[in-house]
Design a protein around this ligand. Structure first.
Ligand SMILES: *[C@@H]1O[C@H](CO)[C@@H](O)[C@H](O)[C@H]1NC(C)=O
Ligand SMILES: *[C@@H]1O[C@H](CO)[C@@H](O)[C@H](O)[C@H]1NC(C)=O
Ligand SMILES: *[C@@H]1O[C@H](CO)[C@@H](O)[C@H](O)[C@H]1NC(C)=O
Ligand SMILES: *[C@@H]1O[C@H](CO)[C@@H](O)[C@H](O)[C@H]1NC(C)=O
Ligand SMILES: *[C@@H]1O[C@H](CO)[C@@H](O)[C@H](O)[C@H]1NC(C)=O
Ligand SMILES: *[C@@H]1O[C@H](CO)[C@@H](O)[C@H](O)[C@H]1NC(C)=O
Length: 403
């Protein structure tokens, strides 16, 4: 309790109130409506209740000091939770892509928050490839790929000369596995790699949890050499994440989506984790960045591993799907153990490093180039390397886009 108080006092002392220098008419109206505006330095994004609860009763900070009900949040998770000084907040998106997008859009347009300097820490569990990680591992992604945004035919109707029933949208035989000719814009997101490296270094200072249940199950992967990481103790890993509403399992889908990740990221992405929200969250953050509400260079995708995406040798896909992989408890614990190092790292070096932002050297944004620059994947920016126009800049040009 004493140490909690000390940490809280330090946070209060270190906290400088960011007075919003509001220049957007819409934002200004919104801010005037809110009684107090919270400007968090870090916003933790959880996807369901267990991922939220891991942050309760921790020694480092008290996220339940302020509960802020945000219109538009999931009816199951109506509140954002913040420390007393507002420097750290947390929300629960609700699971899968639709919930994630709806909740995040509500947050970005809430007059109760100023998010322009906020670091977003996606902090949830995921399935993972035994080729790169194991239960309890902590992964940090540079790419998030929406792997099921594709054509699909049922597995029983796949012709014998094709390896999978998934094909990028817009392809025509015989070229079925090329970068999708038809793009919705959410197929691939790339986040700030320099920030990712810093988060990775912070997280590596954590002592990760592991359990006997996880150790026992992962030992099954030990007799296949390419699954050596799956059979090893958990660690912190740099590798990329795949989003889909479907909670899929099995060797063939896993290999198909490894290929999709490679294809959609032009060979740069390394698939290792699978989850149901991140591309939706990232799409909202890209749109928010276009509108000047958030800074897309301040996004960290951290996924800890609760289960394997495919069976071990000798196990069927169905057996794998319904087996207890023994990793859920340590995956949840490691969200806190590794995540708190990232959060403390950001707060401790706020003035010297993070307040002004960590400049990315890689392309950041979506496949359309909406935030400016040239994506390193896909057909190139559709905005001539410039940022997509905001409502405000369109109005300035006299384009009538309504209110
Ligand atoms: C915030 O909500 C949590 C649980 O929902 C509760 O335990 C806590 O007391 C609330 N905090 C305040 C300040 O009301
Ligand atoms: C999902 O996001 C990742 C990066 O975060 C990006 O690489 C990927 O292309 C996105 N996928 C889709 C289908 O939008
Ligand atoms: C992991 O957490 C569990 C539950 O708190 C605990 O029993 C176990 O000792 C921990 N293991 C390690 C290696 O920290
Ligand atoms: C690997 O071990 C599993 C059980 O842990 C067994 O079912 C399987 O047959 C073994 N595979 C090989 C190739 O030895
Ligand atoms: C993945 O790509 C490799 C190399 O192109 C190919 O041999 C394999 O059949 C593909 N696997 C699936 C399941 O699509
Ligand atoms: C994709 O990779 C190839 C080969 O490395 C490269 O020539 C091409 O420019 C890349 N595409 C983009 C959009 O960067």
């Amino acid at each position: 309790m004493g140490s909690l108080l000390t940490v809280l006092l330090c946070l209060v002392a270190a906290y400088t109130i960011i007075v919003p220098s509001v220049n957007d008419a819409h934002t200004k109206r919104s801010v005037e409506r809110a009684e107090t505006v919270i400007a968090p330095k870090v916003f933790i994004l959880s996807m369901f209740g267990s991922e939220r609860d891991i942050w309760a009763d921790i020694p480092e900070f008290d996220l339940y000091a302020q509960n802020v009900t945000v219109p538009g949040f999931s009816p199951l998770f109506p509140d954002a939770h913040c420390t007393k000084d507002g420097s750290i907040c947390e929300l629960v998106t609700g699971e899968a892509e639709i919930n994630a997008a709806a909740t995040m859009m509500s947050l970005l347009h809430s007059p109760m928050f100023d998010l322009r300097q906020t670091y977003f820490l996606i902090a949830g569990v995921a399935g993972a490839s035994p080729k790169l990680a194991t239960t309890g591992s902590v992964t940090f992604a540079r790419f998030a790929v929406q792997v099921t945004l594709q054509y699909e035919i049922d597995g029983r109707e796949i012709p014998s000369n094709l390896p999978t029933g998934y094909f990028p949208q817009g392809v025509k035989p015989p070229d079925l596995f090329v970068f999708p000719p038809v793009l919705y814009g959410t197929e691939v997101f790339e986040v700030n790699d320099n920030l990712r490296q810093l988060a990775y270094e912070f997280a590596k200072t954590a002592t990760l949890n592991d359990t006997v249940a996880a150790q026992t199950y992962r030992a099954n992967y030990g007799n296949v050499s390419e699954f050596a990481p799956g059979a090893s103790p958990p660690s912190v890993v740099l590798c990329d994440t795949a989003t889909s509403d479907t909670f899929w399992s099995g060797t063939l889908l896993a290999e198909a989506f490894e290929n999709t990740t490679t294809l959609f990221t032009n060979g740069t992405g390394v698939y290792c984790s699978a989850q149901q929200e991140d591309n939706a969250t990232l799409e909202v953050l890209v749109r928010g960045a276009i509108s000047g509400l958030v800074d897309f260079s301040r996004v960290i995708i951290m996924r800890t591993v609760s289960n394997f995406d495919r069976p071990f040798s000798g196990q069927t896909a169905v057996e794998s799907r319904f087996a207890n992989h023994g990793g859920f408890a340590s995956a949840l614990l490691n969200i806190h153990l590794a995540g708190v190092k990232v959060i403390q790292g950001i707060l401790n070096e706020w003035e010297s490093v993070f307040e002004d932002g960590v400049r990315p050297d890689n392309y950041i944004g979506d496949v359309f180039g909406s935030l400016g620059g040239q994506p390193s994947f896909g057909p190139g920016s559709i905005f001539n390397d410039q940022q997509a126009l905001t409502a405000r800049s369109l109005r300035k040009r006299g384009v009538n886009i309504g209110q």
